[in-house]
Design a binder for this molecule. Sequence first.
Ligand SMILES: [Zn+2]
Ligand SMILES: [Zn+2]
Length: 480
Amino acid sequence: MPSHQKGEGHVAVDPDKLSSIPSAAAKTSEPNRNKSYDPKKTHITETPLTRRNWYKHVNWLNVVLILGIPLTGVVTALWTPLRLPTFILAVIYYFWTGLGITAGYHRLWAHTSYCATVPLQLFLAAAGAGAVEGSVRWWARDHRAHHRYTDTDKDPYSVRKGLLYSHFGWMIMKQNPKRIGRTDISDLNDSWVVKTQHKHYLKWVVFFGLAFPSLIAGLGWGDWLGGFIYAGILRIFFVQQATFCVNSLAHWLGDQPFDDRNSPRDHVITALVTLGEGYHNFHHEFPSDYRNAIEWHQYDPTKWSIWMWKQLGLAYDLKQFRSNEIEKGRVQQLQKKLDQKRARLDWGVPLEQLPVMEWDDYVDQCKNGRELIAVAGVVHDATDFVKDHPGGKAMIRSGLGKDATAMFNGGVYLHSNAAHNLLSTMRIGVIRGGCEVEIWKRAQRENKDIVIKDEAGNRIVRAGNQVTKVVEPPASAGAA
Ligand SMILES: [Zn+2]
Ligand SMILES: [Zn+2]
């Protein structure tokens, strides 16, 4: 028989039901609920996977439920004709059961992002059971652990262990129950809908997963087998694979507009596959928001359904973060990207790292043929630039060896922002007692934004705030 361990991931069978199975494996898992649990005994996941023991690492029950049954469905489908009404039923039931997971298991129970009346709760619990992904209680507990411990070893389906692992590997291979992060599900334990579904989970699965669609197709248009195969088994397979994408694809494909320190990502493809759960970077930042997509044009049928239920009086207290909070996250992430981009650019040697030169030394070096130019107390080596100077060689040469502050800042020509930026890349020193220091100090006194730094400590030089930019330059020899 397939071995099962209480508290492990399995998609169809009630953990409590299975704990009563008198198998050796069933006695070795959940510490708190199983009296025969022996913490000293090594869990199979604590032994390395070898050629001899690999089959002990596999959760065979889930292999049958996730792969075996669908495969049987595909084979049987080969000689079961697909009738149009059965196909339509399968598609509708796919959306229903999918919503049971996304709007029910996920947004209602795991995140309490809205409140539902009892009829809606019953509908969602039944529809979710029809998707055959475990009970609300089990699913929501793991999902809360996933949010709390995202990408760590305590995350039940961490994408850091590989895309396939996060998709269904975590269910196909046994998991050590001691490893999964603990979370509080006391609110779920207080809900009689959740408790009832958990208690009778196996019956609910058989009825809503297979019997109900077979009954509709059978009583409706006499297609009992078609209903069973297409709206039952194969539809379960597609719903499972689609919703598993929230754990895999949504942590692998797309952008990170709100925070890039963890794996969740936003992508329209994931949204299309998962009934709108594809805006996962947003979701991990604002998990109790009933929306996943915040723009009207983004695909989020789960959000639309919840909103519609609200209009019908079935749902209420829809939680939504203020757009002010959402925009703050977006701006911070943009700022981070901008900082990284700025850090890759050449802004010249930072002023504090430049050597200090005496004025006479600067003048002497120029007399000896070096093409140096001082602007606002900063000395620049223009040797490689003189021939390229847009204003001509003669014009720039007239400032060599002098204080060219005023010339550069309008005395001769009011240089552009780009010119100040380019000039900064030619810095080689600062003049002792030069006006650079004075400007600097004055700016500090006037609280100007000249020396603000990003979080990596890189100086941010705003356009027009370069140290060589002087609004009212002192008259200098060059400008006179
Ligand atoms: Zn996630
Ligand atoms: Zn979530």
